[in-house]
Design a protein around this ligand. Structure first.
Ligand code: NAD
Ligand code: WQD
Length: 344
C-alpha cells in the first residue's frame, strides 16, 4: 500500500475518476466533499469500479476545525489533491464573493493545516483559463498569465499565487499545479461521469443532453472566428487520462522527485478541435444525429487554445492516450446511463 491521500471534491466529476486511479495504483484515499455539486452515492460507484470503498466525510473545506479534526482522525495523510471548488464561470460573475470565499478560503485552510499534520504535498486543480487567449499556440507553461475573464478564473490565478507565496515563505510543503484544458467524457464502465447542475453551460453535457432529447438543439456559439471553420478551438482531454496525470504527479511528490518546490504542468492532448469538428466526431462515433444551429458568439469566449503538453509528457511521463471517438462514446454512454437511472 502506498501513502494515504486526501482528495477534496472527491465525489465530483474529475475527483471521482481520480480516486479510482489512485486506488488502482495502490494509494489509500480519504474523500472530503460537501456534496454541493455531487451525490453521496458516487462513493458506491467508486467502490464498484475499483473494488475498494474509500473513506468518505461529508465536510466543507471552509470548516477549518472540521478539517483539523479530519487530519487527526485519519492520521498519516501524506498528500492532498484539492479539487473542491465552485466552477461555474457564469455563476461566478453573478456571485463573486461566493466564489472568492469558497475557492480561496478552502485552499488557505488546507495549506495552513498541512505542516501541523505532516502533510508533505498538494496537487492543485488549475486551469488553462489562466492563459486567456494565448499569443502563441500551442501554449506552454511559460506563457504569460492574462487578466482573468471571470471571478472563477481569477480564483485559479490567485490560488496559484497563494501556493507560491506560502512555499516561498518557507512552508515545509511541495506543490504541483495542474492546468487542465477541457476535461470531457466519462468512465468506460459508465458508472462515473459528470452530473451537470441545471442547464449545462459546457459543450459536451449540452451536446449529449440534446442528443438524448432533453434539449431541443445545441447552439454553436459563433462561426466567424479566425479559425479554419470559424468555430472556437479547444483541447479536449479525456477525464480518465486527466485522472491518471494526478497519480503520476502524486508519485512525483511522494518520491521527492520534484526539481522545484512548486511545479506546473499543462494537462492536455496537444491537439485543438473546433466545436464543429467535435460535433461531427460525435455524430460519426455514436451514429447519433445532432440538432444544432449556429448562433452568435458567447461573451467572454476565447477564440482558440490548445496545450503544449511536452513538459507533462517528458517530466511526468504522462500522455493523453484516449481517442476523441472513444471519449465521445463514453460521454454518450454516460448520458444514456443517467436516463436509465432516471437521473436525467
Ligand atoms: P465538480 O463540481 O464536479 O467537483 C467539485 C467537487 O467539490 C463537488 O463534488 C463539490 O460538491 C465539491 N465542493 C465544492 N466546494 C466544496 C467545499 N467548500 N468543501 C467540500 N467540497 C466542495 O467539478 P470538477 O469538474 O470535477 O472540477 C474539479 C476541479 O477542477 C475544480 O477545482 C475545478 O475548478 C477544476 N477544473 C475543472 C475543469 C472542468 O472543465 N471541469 C477545468 C479546469 C479546472
Ligand atoms: C467549449 C466550446 C464554446 C456550449 C470552460 C471554462 C474553463 C474551464 C473549462 C474550468 C467553446 C462552445 C459551448 C454550447 C458552444 N473550466 N460551446 N455551445 O468555455 O472552453 O471552458 O470550461 O476551469 O475555465 O471557461 O468550455 O465547454 O463551455 O465551451 O458552442 O452550448 O464550446 O463557445 O468554444 P470553455 P465550454
Amino acid at each position: 500500500m502506498k501513502d494515504k491521500i486526501l482528495v477534496t471534491g472527491g465525489t465530483g466529476y474529475i475527483g471521482s475518476h481520480t480516486v479510482v486511479e489512485l486506488q488502482n495504483s495502490g494509494y489509500e484515499v480519504v474523500i472530503v466533499d460537501n456534496l454541493s455539486n455531487s451525490r453521496a452515492d458516487v462513493v458506491d460507484n467508486i467502490a464498484k469500479v475499483s473494488g475498494i470503498r474509500p473513506a468518505f466525510e461529508a465536510l466543507d473545506c471552509l470548516d477549518y476545525e472540521g478539517l483539523d479534526a479530519l487530519f487527526t482522525k485519519y492520521k498519516g495523510i501524506k498528500g492532498i489533491i484539492h479539487f473542491a471548488a465552485s466552477k461555474a464561470v457564469g455563476e461566478s460573475v453573478q456571485k463573486p464573493l461566493l466564489y472568492y470565499r469558497n475557492n480561496l478560503v478552502s485552499l488557505i485552510n488546507l495549506l495552513e493545516l498541512m505542516p501541523k499534520h505532516g502533510v508533505e504535498g498538494i496537487i492543485f486543480s488549475s486551469s488553462c483559463t489562466v492563459y486567456g487567449q494565448p499569443d502563441i499556440l500551442p501554449v506552454t507553461e511559460e506563457a504569460p498569465i492574462k487578466v482573468a475573464e471571470s471571478p472563477y478564473g481569477n480564483t485559479k490565478q490567485i490560488n496559484e499565487e497563494i501556493i507560491r507565496d506560502y512555499i516561498k515563505s518557507g512552508a515545509p510543503i511541495n506543490a504541483i499545479l495542474l492546468r487542465y484544458f477541457n476535461p470531457i467524457g466519462a468512465h468506460p464502465t459508465a458508472l462515473l461521469g459528470e452530473l451537470p447542475n441545471g442547464v449545462p453551460q459546457n459543450l459536451i453535457p449540452f451536446l449529449t443532453q440534446t442528443a438524448i432529447g432533453i434539449r431541443e438543439k445545441l447552439s454553436v456559439f459563433g462561426d466567424d472566428y479566425n479559425t479554419p471553420d470559424g468555430s472556437c478551438i479547444r483541447d479536449y482531454i479525456n477525464v480518465v487520462d486527466l485522472a491518471k496525470a494526478h497519480v503520476v504527479a502524486m508519485d512525483r511528490i511522494m518520491k521527492q522527485k520534484q526539481e522545484e518546490k512548486v511545479e506546473v504542468f499543462n494537462i492536455g492532448t496537444g491537439r485543438g478541435l473546433s466545436v464543429l469538428e467535435l460535433i461531427h466526431a460525435f455524430e460519426e462515433s455514436t451514429g447519433v444525429k445532432l440538432n444544432y444551429q449556429i448562433v452568435g458568439r458567447r461573451a467572454g469566449d476565447i477564440e482558440q487554445v490548445w496545450a503544449n503538453p511536452d513538459r507533462a509528457n517528458n517530466v511526468l511521463g504522462w500522455k493523453a492516450e484516449s481517442t476523441i471517438e472513444d471519449t465521445l462514446r463514453s460521454a454518450w454512454a454516460w448520458q444514456k446511463k443517467l436516463r436509465e437511472d432516471g437521473i436525467q
